[in-house]
Design a protein around this ligand. Structure first.
Ligand SMILES: [Zn+2]
Length: 336
């Protein structure tokens, strides 16, 4: 048993309380490899932002859960080496699907876990979430629950249609489970294809597709029921069209990839939404940079020569999100 505090990690408790008061959101970036992790840490250090490192089921299958945990431990030391004496880094399990998995993460040093019982009947979701909370809280590990179903595909999490969170259920759920934060469904969705073109309208100024707005009325109703309670948005990539265009220009084939407009996320970040999950955008940034090198320098075969530019492009994206969308820059408790 290793406690996250021994690894220099923090849980989400104070971080979220401050974010709600301050009207900003903490970035939750998924990672599966070293370049992505380096880019996340560099961006967080340079902008003096707290950050949540997320490990999904796909990441655990791809990179190994134990290795990812040691990489997160290394990330704390890396942040210090980059000049951040008091980094605030959370290691979070994304979409935990069983008590046993959440327990194994708590036991190996994760500082936060998500138990996703949103696909279960309501009472079963309550019972499972409560069981995870009771275990995790003994060790100071914070727990994210989920109510409502998000559409889209993220690793192994997949649903065809949204079911918006029912605001009537949130007080009961939060009180009975004791969870520290709640992921809700208001129209965001997983993956790079969040909307079908027929759901969108064309912006006459740019010619690009604009998706239907998020259900802010559901968010408002949730906030009214649970004032000051930390809310989480999953599936919140914006699918930057310049990255999609670069990918397609250099031989890729991404058709009608559409994300959540950044203005909507900016608006959400100012509310009780204090954690915003972003994964697809970093995948796009990485792929765009690699495709460009492959297409423009076909003789290149040193992986550092294409993974390096990929890392730089991801770092740029993370900084943009932190500064221009989430507003979490300069929010470390100790800035020195
Ligand atoms: Zn998710």
């Amino acid at each position: 048993m290793v406690n996250y505090k021994e690894l220099g990690l923090v849980n989400t408790k104070e971080m979220f309380a401050k974010a709600i008061k301050g009207g900003y959101a903490i970035p939750a970036f998924n990672f599966n490899n070293m370049e992505q992790l380096q880019a996340i840490i560099k961006a967080a250090v340079e902008t003096k932002s707290p950050v949540i490192l997320q490990v999904s089921k796909g990441a655990r299958n791809y990179a190994n859960q134990t290795l990812l945990r040691y990489m997160a431990e290394g990330a704390v030391e890396y942040a210090k080496e980059l000049g951040c004496n008091h980094p605030e880094i959370v290691l979070h399990l994304d979409h935990g699907d069983s008590f046993e998995l959440c327990k194994s993460c708590v036991d190996m040093g994760f500082s936060s876990v998500m138990i996703d019982g949103s696909h279960l009947p309501y009472e079963e979701n309550v019972a499972l979430t409560k069981k995870v909370v009771e275990y995790a809280h003994q060790y100071g590990v914070t727990v994210e629950g989920e109510l409502g179903v998000l559409a889209g595909v993220e690793d192994e999490v997949c649903a065809e249609h949204h079911t918006y969170t029912n605001p009537e259920e949130v007080i009961d759920f939060a009180t009975r489970t004791g969870c520290d934060s709640l992921a809700i469904s208001i129209g965001t969705s997983h993956g790079a294809y969040k909307f079908k073109p027929e759901q969108c309208h064309v912006d006459p100024a740019t010619g690009r597709l604009v998706p239907p707005p998020l259900a802010f009325e559901v968010l408002d109703a949730v906030m009214e029921k649970l004032p000051g309670f930390p809310i989480v948005l999953h599936g919140s990539s914006s699918v930057p069209q310049e990255e999609v265009e670069t990918i397609n220009k250099y031989g890729g084939k991404l058709e009608a990839a559409i994300g959540i407009p950044e203005e909507e996320l900016r608006k959400a970040a100012k509310s009780a939404v204090c954690k915003i999950n972003i994964d697809s955008d970093s995948r796009l940034a990485m792929t765009a940079a690699i495709r460009e090198v492959f297409a423009t320098k076909p003789a290149e075969f040193d992986p550092r020569k294409y993974l390096g530019p990929a890392r730089d492009n991801m770092e740029k994206l993370y900084k943009h999100k932190i500064i221009n969308v989430l507003g979490s820059d300069n929010k470390l408790a100790q800035l020195d």
